[in-house]
Design a binder for this molecule. Structure first.
Ligand code: WTA
Length: 635
């Protein structure tokens, strides 16, 4: 797999130019030289950006798990594929070799087939960060079932919405999950959600916490007893390059989550390529990405990217603060982690604690440290660079999205000079452009605009499950002919990119994308609430926190505002999950609206930030007096 490695800045520029001049030739070579195919492609790429139709490696036949596992067995069957570090540091870590991973994925794949799951069926996986999460996900890919991993922090109704949207037949969950000193009742959440999911007839349950749970007759089965019976001989399904590999839900600016669909070959090529280069992966490295597999970062850089490269990847069940704030550093030391990849929100939370927590550990094994999920502020960047990377490990600030499948703009470790808060340069194959409000491409440097990508890359999501029109409208219509990211960016004097944040109604809280609309919908269901508007405001640790402006119905009930605030937050927890709770709620008598009825969020954002200096043009406001009232907090 070393054939696509970039080693110097000069090589990067050379590769980059090639990738823009002859993208087909560029990706053709990478795909041909680094993977095992049943059958080669007829065409490298086929696309129509106006219709949002994109295909890569058409006609090729492949199975991603053959590339993640089987092909490594002859040379490195005994090498550790997965290190499982449990929540409780006293519980022993597990080392799963490529041979064992193969055996376990094959068994699981056979269980799925025996349970009637076929190529193209959707399987919802709702598991904590335990090896079974990786194994069940890979087993789906092995038999061509489409996995839909739902982050195990989502509430029952959020899970139900995701299960129903893609008609999942089966759910795989566990009796519970550990998170710090808490035990989460995952099976209880699934029981509650399945009341509203008539399509699910089969639930497989992993034993993790030994919590006593209800097993519904005819629906629920313990996974282990099925595995005990299963053979470890399994022939992988031959997949078409463009067969869907998985669905992963992400928030949008309207209420319904978007089921982003990633397909097989392009995703495989792109995650493998970016993993190898960005993190300077070498044979004996131990790679640790702290994300949850329930997010795209975990899909691409805990599972697929590392395994495609035959790497050792860490699956960590716990949290950075348990049993104390040294946990990350202790784990790095324990497993001699070489690449560490985390989120700015975790960095900020740890930087707030005593330096002794990190100083206790020399962290000499580290060679690259990465950041993802939201803009990393200057202070956090320096803390990370100084105290974790010891100023010798490059900080790779990687910008990308669920929709992009893999890293898009990022330094390549030991190749691209880093600059604090800058994601720096596009990876080969990626053609970013900045667009102005008149939809023109902004040329030159020292400019800001809306970030678009003007040529497809293999990892791009192909559609939104069941709603291609929405895919087209969301990503390809704002700037015709281009993929619109929803982010704003700045390009500095040398062409480095800095992502400035979302330009749409998505707020990133602790690295989680939250659409404001579904939160507003949840609040509005409270009987006392007439209307609400949510905006983000800066928060020291979470990056952004949520501020809710709420109009009450005029019933005179609910005089106890504290109770009401708690109830509203409970409502949000029930609908979406605790991550979407509001940090501040202000009760108001109206919201600033334009004559066409649109809430002017820009003004609410300023108020939430405590910046009353300049509200900009308010001439289109229907009710300018409300701004004064909200500002004064009177009601
Ligand atoms: C933001 C996570 C600045 C951005 C992989 C993007 C970032 C959204 C960075 C996607 C970064 C991600 N610098 N902003 N390095 N990485 N973002 O879909 O707003 O969970 O659009 O994918 O996170 O979040 P998602």
């Amino acid at each position: 797999m070393s054939r696509y490695k970039i080693n110097t800045l000069e090589e990067y520029f050379k590769e980059y130019k090639k990738s823009v001049r002859e993208p087909r030739k560029f990706w053709d070579k990478i795909a041909a030289e680094n993977f095992t195919w049943y059958q080669q492609w007829e065409k490298v790429v086929d696309f129509n950006m106006a219709e949002a139709e994109i295909k890569w490696f058409t006609g090729a036949k492949v199975n991603i798990t053959k590339n993640c596992i089987d092909r490594h067995l002859t040379k490195k069957g005994d090498k550790t594929a997965i290190i499982f570090e449990p929540n409780d540091p006293k519980e022993e870590a597990l080392h799963i070799s490529y041979n064992e991973l193969h055996q376990r994925v094959c068994k699981m794949a056979n269980v799925l087939r025996e349970q009637g799951i076929k190529k193209g069926d959707r399987v919802c996986i709702y598991l904590p960060m335990i090896p079974e999460l990786a194994i069940t996900t890979l087993a789906c890919a092995r038999i061509g079932a489409i996995h839909s991993v739902v982050f195990a922090g989502f509430s029952a109704s959020a899970v139900a919405a995701r299960i129903n949207d893609s008609d999942c037949k089966m759910v795989i969950t566990s009796d519970g999950g550990y998170r710090g000193n808490k035990t989460i009742d995952l099976k209880g959440i699934i029981d509650e959600s399945l009341v509203n999911c008539p399509g699910v007839s089969n639930v497989l349950v992993v034993k993790r916490t030994n919590t006593s749970i209800n097993m519904k007759e005819g629906r629920d089965q313990w996974l282990q007893s099925l595995l005990d019976e299963a053979s470890d001989n399994n022939v992988a399904e031959i997949m078409d390059a463009e067969d869907p590999l998985f669905i992963l839900y992400t928030s949008g600016s309207t209420g319904k989550p978007k089921g982003m669909v990633h397909t097989t070959a392009g995703y495989m090529v792109y995650t493998a390529y970016t993993f190898k280069n960005v993190f300077n992966y070498e044979e004996n490295d131990v790679f640790w990405c702290t994300a949850d597999i329930g997010w795209i970062t975990g899909h691409s850089y805990i599972l697929y990217g590392p395994l495609l490269n035959g790497a050792t990847t860490v699956i960590f069940e716990g949290v950075p603060s348990y049993p104390n704030f040294s946990r990350f550093w202790e784990v790095i030391e324990k497993h001699k982690v070489t690449q560490f990849y985390t989120a700015p929100t975790a960095i900020r939370a740890l930087a707030k604690e005593s330096l002794d927590y990190v100083r206790k550990f020399p962290l000499k094994s580290l060679k690259v440290i990465g950041s993802v999920g939201e803009p990393i502020n200057e202070e956090a960047w320096h803390w990370y660079n100084d105290h974790v990377g010891d100023k010798r490990c490059p900080v790779v600030d990687t910008w990308w999205q669920t929709e992009t499948g893999g890293i898009m703009i990022s330094p390549i470790a030991f190749v691209t000079p880093t600059k604090p808060t800058y994601a720096s340069l596009p990876l080969p194959g990626i053609q970013p452009v900045l667009m102005d409000e008149k939809r023109n491409e902004i040329e030159g440097n020292q400019v800001t605009g809306s970030l678009c990508i003007k040529f497809p890359w293999p990892g791009i999501a192909r559609t939104i499950w069941g709603d291609h029109q929405r895919y087209k409208d969301t990503y390809f219509s704002t700037f015709p002919g281009k993929y619109f990211t929803g982010d704003g960016a700045l390009r500095d004097e040398v062409g480095y990119y800095r992502i400035t944040g979302r330009v749409d109604d998505v707020v990133i809280v602790s690295g989680h994308n939250l659409g404001t609309a579904p939160i507003e919908d949840a609040i509005n269901e409270h009987p006392a609430v007439a209307e609400s508007a949510i905006v983000g405001f800066p928060h020291d640790i979470k990056g952004n926190a949520l501020y809710g402006f709420v109009i009450l119905k005029e019933t005179g009930e609910y005089r106890d505002r504290e109770n009401l605030t708690n109830e509203i937050n409970q409502q949000i927890s029930n609908h979406i999950g605790p991550i979407a709770k509001l940090d501040k709620i202000q009760f108001v008598s109206g919201l600033p609206k334009t004559r066409s009825g649109k809430i002017m969020r820009r003004i609410l954002r300023k108020i939430a930030e405590g910046d009353y200096s300049n509200f900009g043009d308010t001439s289109t406001l229907l009710n300018p007096e409300i701004v004064e009232e909200i500002k004064n907090g009177k009601i």
